[in-house]
Design a protein around this ligand. Structure first.
Ligand SMILES: Nc1ncnc2c1ncn2[C@@H]1O[C@H](COP(=O)(O)OP(=O)(O)OP(=O)(O)O)[C@@H](O)[C@H]1O
Ligand SMILES: [Mg+2]
Length: 729
């Protein structure tokens, strides 16, 4: 159904018309059904209608399209819209046509017939087209440029809108080399106002966009990037029993809502989508590995609400306008804050309460670092090394570090996002609409547990890197670098004079930020460990009353805790038969060997790590680890370290075993039944609670100050005990 145009004035160029707010609002209501302009929409529209260049920064879903669609309706000529993706153009043109607005797009995917029809209209004496969407690649062709010049010389071109303008900058997260070619528009088509629009522009990118498009004294309109209707939350994979199940519960508890789940790899999209579907969630996978028809039908089904959840790679989303997306989940850490902001910003475009969930895992982090580093070295092989490339790879790592800070820090998530775009905001801006502000104690406790996990994984980190040694393999399965071909084909050097200092500054900033976060704790822990191994810690081995020493009762309790966990692992894995008591002795002994002398806090942590590992270990991992115990049996003469003197309260001489005793312990230990009975009957050996690393550090400080202050953690012990809490709720 075609609506008649509201009669407004003629050509906006060369005479610059003044449009009243009322007449423009009328257009907005008539064509789009919105009652008022939002944010900076009106200012932007007035600026371009008066012939000014304009740089418009609005948050995702802020309503940037209206800023060039209304000018197209306010005049008789045509607005040229440059878009990075065909799918994006298709969507917008379809939506405009449904509103009765004359809009078309030109792309390689169209039939010759469709293209000819558009060209006929453009060549006619009175073209009806109001908006013509094109890709930057088309602009670069001489044929299209000639056509454009003709339209221009006839006075029919009113405005050039560059959507997703950050794609022009190599500093932006979605750099498109073809966007660089837009720089000729200004010289070829002088006096036509250019409107650059983006939701993602750090100051450096803004500057780059303005220079690259040769905008003349542009009006720069910035809205806040804040998305107040989005609640931000990070969930920690390493602390979860089953991240798939957790996500499934999260989606179910939100109701049958529309969601996008982003994964790094195609295989993960398929796997997760199958899992969710099996558990009653209406969903489908979407990635570049699927056939075009299937992809198209998934997209159509999702847009028309036939399916509610799409599990996709980053190939899905730019410009997709489903307003009621309630949850955007990143199942793997994104590569940068910009990418995260863009993707999570697809939630709540209708301004209603929505959620951004990010599942953070230590292995995901390492993997992404690995990909970024390898991508950089792969690029170096393809392209001759240049300073701009080096800066680029440094930037990728710096960007990623910022994302890691977001996950590993306990600061307000919203504030972190906004500050990463150079926006200084008061702490009150969040009003408890992120997990760090809403549940600061819980987030702090999770991060402390994560520290312990990180230490444990540090010991086995090489496994991850060894198994992923070929960067090219990554690209086959992930759309992480989805614009890679284009990017690597471009040899343009676009370095700016101040790039070096900017990068150095931001790196320094990142380093100083790190100091306050998890890394500091890690460094502290590493130093403490180092000190221990260099015998700098004086452990009073013979002092029975040293509160920090590991008592025999503690060792026994730890062994029982490990027995419980081994029993649970056995149940979970089903097929694996484990000699629970024997291996619990072995695992406990490992913990003691490594940390016993450093004191009970380190020892506790190590036991807790082992318990957590047992919750998630696969059958093979478990078998591998326990086979070490069996191998040890052959080391007959190896001496175990001496235990500290037994506690006067509970003397358990049998707890300290030689290797031989250990190897035959399955024969001498009591039956499970008697042990369980004994365990129940013995109140003296209750399971120890595990102090966090910060509790440990605070404890030392307190001791030094001889203060009677309590620890100051508001979580009670039950909440902090990972065994009792078990997992993230
Ligand atoms: N003045 C307004 N009042 C109410 N809704 C509006 C207004 N302007 C735009 N919208 C709606 O806001 C939604 C987002 O608009 P649009 O797609 O233009 O956002 P965008 O800024 O281009 O987002 P993105 O950065 O994700 O591309 C659309 O559904 C649109 O209809
Ligand atoms: Mg848009």
């Amino acid at each position: 159904m075609k609506k008649s145009s509201l009669p407004l004035q003629s050509n906006i160029r060369p005479e610059k018309h003044k449009y009243s707010k009322e007449s423009l609002t009328k257009l907005l209501r008539w064509h789009f059904g919105h009652s008022e302009f939002r944010g900076k929409q009106l200012e932007t529209i007035e600026a371009v209608l008066s012939g000014k260049d304009c740089f418009c920064l609005m948050p995702t879903g802020g309503g940037k399209s209206v800023c060039y669609q209304i000018p197209a309706l306010a005049s008789n000529g045509m607005v040229l819209v440059v878009c990075p993706l065909i799918a994006l153009m298709e969507n917008q043109v379809m939506a405009l046509k449904e509103k009765g607005i004359s809009a078309e797009y030109l792309s390689s995917t169209q039939s010759t017939q469709a293209k000819n029809k558009i060209h006929e209209d453009l060549d006619s004496s009175k073209p009806t087209l109001r908006l013509l969407y094109v890709t930057p690649e088309l602009i670069a062709t001489s044929g299209f440029m000639a056509k454009l010049m003709k339209i221009y010389s006839r006075g029919l071109l009113n405005l050039i809108a560059i959507d997703e303008a950050h794609c022009i900058s190599t500093w932006g997260h979605d750099f498109r080399p073809s966007y660089r070619k837009l720089s000729s528009l200004r010289s070829r088509l002088p006096n036509i106002p250019i409107l650059a629009l983006t939701a993602t522009a750090v100051p450096k990118v803004q500057k780059d966009v303005i220079i690259s498009l040769a905008l003349e004294n542009p009006l720069v309109l910035k809205s806040s990037f804040n998305r107040p209707n989005i609640y931000y939350e990070v969930r920690y994979k390493d602390l979860l029993d089953d991240p798939f199940a957790d996500l499934c519960n999260q989606l179910k508890s939100s109701g049958d809502v529309c969601a996008i789940i982003y994964c790094l790899e195609r295989a993960m999209c398929d796997q997760l989508s199958v899992y969710l579907a099996k558990h009653g969630i209406s969903c489908a996978a979407y990635h570049a590995g699927l056939k075009n028809e299937l992809r198209k039908s998934v997209l159509e089904d999702w847009i028309s609400s036939k399916i509610q959840v799409v599990v996709a790679t980053v190939a899905f989303g730019m410009g997709i306008d489903r307003k009621d997306v309630r949850v955007v989940c990143h199942f793997n850490i994104p590569k940068s804050m910009e990418a995260f902001y863009q993707e999570s910003g697809r939630a709540g475009r209708d301004q209603l309460p929505s959620k951004s969930l990010l599942y953070y895992g230590i292995e995901d982090r390492r993997r992404m670092e690995f990909i970024i580093r390898n991508r950089s070295s792969a690029d170096k092989k393809i392209l001759p090394s240049s300073s701009s490339q080096e800066k680029q790879s440094e930037k990728s790592l710096t960007d990623f570090t910022q994302m890691v800070e977001y996950c590993e820090g306990s600061r307000c998530r919203r504030k972190q996002i906004l500050e990463s775009f150079g926006e200084q905001v008061p702490a009150s801006i969040c009003s408890r609409s992120c997990d760090a502000c809403k549940h600061p104690n819980i987030v702090a406790a999770y991060l402390e547990e994560l520290t312990t996990c990180a230490v444990r994984r540090n010991n086995s980190s090489s496994r991850i890197f060894v198994s992923r040694s070929n960067a090219d393999d990554e690209d086959e399965f992930s759309e992480f670098w989805n614009l890679k071909d284009e990017a690597s084909g471009s040899g343009e050097d676009i370095s700016n004079s101040d790039d070096d200092t900017e990068v150095v500054k931001s790196l320094t900033r990142m380093k100083s930020l790190k100091k306050s976060g998890l890394n500091e704790k890690m460094a502290l822990l590493e130093r403490a460990e180092e000190n221990y191994y260099q015998n700098k810690i004086s452990v009073k081995q013979n002092d029975k009353h040293d509160k920090n020493s590991v008592s025999t009762s503690l060792r026994k309790a730890s062994r029982e805790r490990l027995e419980n966990s081994l029993e649970q692992a056995q149940q979970r894995l089903g097929s694996t038969k484990i000699e629970v008591e024997r291996y619990a002795c072995f695992l406990e002994h490992e913990c003691y060997e490594k940390y016993g002398r450093a004191g009970k806090s380190f020892y506790y942590s190590q036991v807790a790590s082992t318990v957590r590992w047992l919750w998630t270990a696969s059958s093979t991992e478990l078998t591998n680890r326990l086979s070490i115990a069996d191998n040890r049996c052959s080391e007959k003469n190896r001496e175990l370290p001496a235990l500290p003197s037994p506690s006067p309260v509970l003397d358990l001489p049998k707890l300290v075993m030689s290797n031989e005793e250990f190897c035959s312990s399955n024969l001498v230990l009591e039956t499970s039944a008697t042990k369980v009975a004994e365990r129940k009957a013995s109140p003296a050996v209750s399971l120890p609670s595990i102090p966090s690393f910060s509790e440990f550090v605070n404890g030392i400080k307190e001791k030094a100050n001889q203060s009677n202050k309590s620890h100051g953690h508001s979580l009670n012990r039950d909440e902090k005990d990972p065994v009792k809490r078990g997992r993230l709720r």
